[in-house]
Design a protein. Structure first.
Length: 454
């Protein structure tokens, strides 16, 4: 019992040493863990900051091209165009009624005068019957007046003899002469009534003939805008329309030569919308059919002013179609506008191409080639990818002394992947071919190996 306190006193001095050792180990372990977590993160932050500084201070690498005169001048002039029928007629109704039956549909070839559809017009039929009865009534009145004229003629002849013999007074004779003249006038008036009623009947019969809708010439049906039972007005169909609305003009399917010429740059893809639309809403007038002559097709192209002198009426020009690769097709220049359009600075030119074999379809995209104009300067072209829109202006990014400068330009012809530059650039200029967010006004850039424009 007396030894226990002595043992406790001997063990107590060892506790501080263990505590210090424990604290030292804990401090070392904490330092190792702290360094293991902080050092890599610090290194990553420094690396990220370094890369960010390099990115901020680095010059973007851009691809460029050098503007040179295009080789297209040596190959002559190639301009886009669209084939249109030689003639198009939009067939309207001239009588009110309901479509009784149609006998043709789109794609069918028709002859001149061929029956396309019939219109049931009971009101018009009743008007024709009424006109016939009016003519018959007027003829009966004419017959009556002619009979009275015969009687007046016999009477006046008798009075002339008797007045000469003194049987009747001259007054009586003058009265009969007046009656005779009056009856002659009555007959003439009755005859004019007959003529008037016959003219009205002829008009009604002519209108009745329009119940039969016929083709104005040989061609192919390109539109059918009505169905059986559709309400027809004198200005065309008012319901049951199937296809798109007709063009504004009667000259071509493009609404006339001016509209067709202005639509030549649409390209082979045409409109981005391919869905069919209704021709007209109920209650609106429109054509029943469209008939096109496609044995010959016309091609309307816009020739730049600099090449206008190279186009001559009667000359042959090769025509290429994407749908007919390798086909040897020639078109003949039939006429030109003989005037430069002040808005586009182009000459509207019409060519004619034979389509008796039916290989071509109206509306196909075509490329017409003309021989090069001697002495004409080769056009400058730029890649389409280099063209940008800034502040509603067409611009390209030029590079001089490794700095970017945007230059407004005017675009001319479209050669496919390159476009003609009318103003804004000169031969030898360097432009950026891919304009992105790094290519800003005044930015310093690094140039990738240059390439010449096509």
């Amino acid at each position: 019992m007396a030894d226990a306190p002595i043992q406790h006193e001997n063990q107590h001095p060892t506790n501080p040493r263990k505590m210090r050792l424990f604290l030292l180990c804990f401090a070392v372990l904490f330092t190792v863990v702290l360094l293991a977590g902080w050092v890599p993160r610090h290194l990553r932050d420094e690396q990220t900051e370094k890369l960010a500084d390099q990115e901020r201070n680095s010059k973007p690498l851009v691809e460029t091209e050098t503007i040179t005169p295009s080789a297209n001048n040596e190959q002559g002039l190639s301009v886009p165009g669209t084939t249109i029928p030689d003639n198009v007629a939009y067939v309207y109704a001239r009588s009110n009624g309901y479509l009784k039956h149609y006998y043709v549909d789109i794609g069918q070839h028709v002859k001149q005068g061929q029956l396309l559809a019939t219109v049931d017009a009971p009101d018009l039929d009743a008007q024709v019957s009424q006109a016939r009865e009016q003519v018959a009534q007027a003829e009966q009145q004419l017959t009556q007046q002619q009979s009275q004229l015969k009687l007046a003629t016999v009477t006046v002849q008798r009075y002339r003899v008797l007045v000469a013999k003194g049987v009747f007074s001259r007054q009586d004779g003058d009265t009969q002469e007046a009656n005779y003249s009056s009856q002659v006038a009555n007959v003439a008036a009755a005859q004019r009534n007959v003529d008037a009623f016959k003219a009205n009947l002829s008009r009604e019969v002519s209108l009745q003939s329009y119940e039969q809708v016929r083709s104005p010439f040989d061609g192919v049906i390109t539109q059918r805008n009505v169905d059986t039972g559709a309400l027809i007005s004198a200005s065309g169909s008012s319901s049951g329309a199937l296809n798109g609305p007709p063009p504004q003009g009667q000259i071509s399917s493009s609404g006339g030569t001016a509209q067709a010429g202005s639509a030549n740059n649409a390209g082979s893809s045409g409109s981005t919308s391919t869905s069919a639309t209704s021709a007209q809403s109920p209650g609106q007038g429109g054509p029943l059919f469209a008939v096109s002559q496609v044995k010959k097709l016309r091609i309307l192209v816009s020739v730049p002013e600099s090449y206008a002198k190279a186009v001559h009426v009667g000359e042959q020009a090769p025509v290429a179609f994407q749908e007919l690769p390798g086909a040897d097709l020639q078109a003949t220049v039939t006429r030109t506008a003989d005037s430069i359009d002040p808005n586009t600075r182009t000459l509207l030119t019409e060519l004619e191409i034979d389509n008796s074999g039916g290989k071509l379809i109206a509306g196909m995209y075509a490329t017409v080639s003309f021989p090069p104009l001697k002495g004409a300067a080769a056009p400058l072209t730029v890649s389409d990818d280099a063209i940008a829109i800034r502040h509603d202006q067409t611009v390209v990014a030029t590079v001089a002394n490794n700095k970017v400068h945007y230059v407004p330009i005017s675009i001319g012809r479209d050669y496919g992947n390159v476009s003609e530059v009318l103003t804004g650039l000169k031969a030898g200029d360097v432009v950026v071919t891919q304009v992105n967010d790094d290519v800003v006004e005044g930015a310093e850039v690094r140039l990738a190996p240059r390439r010449k424009n096509p």
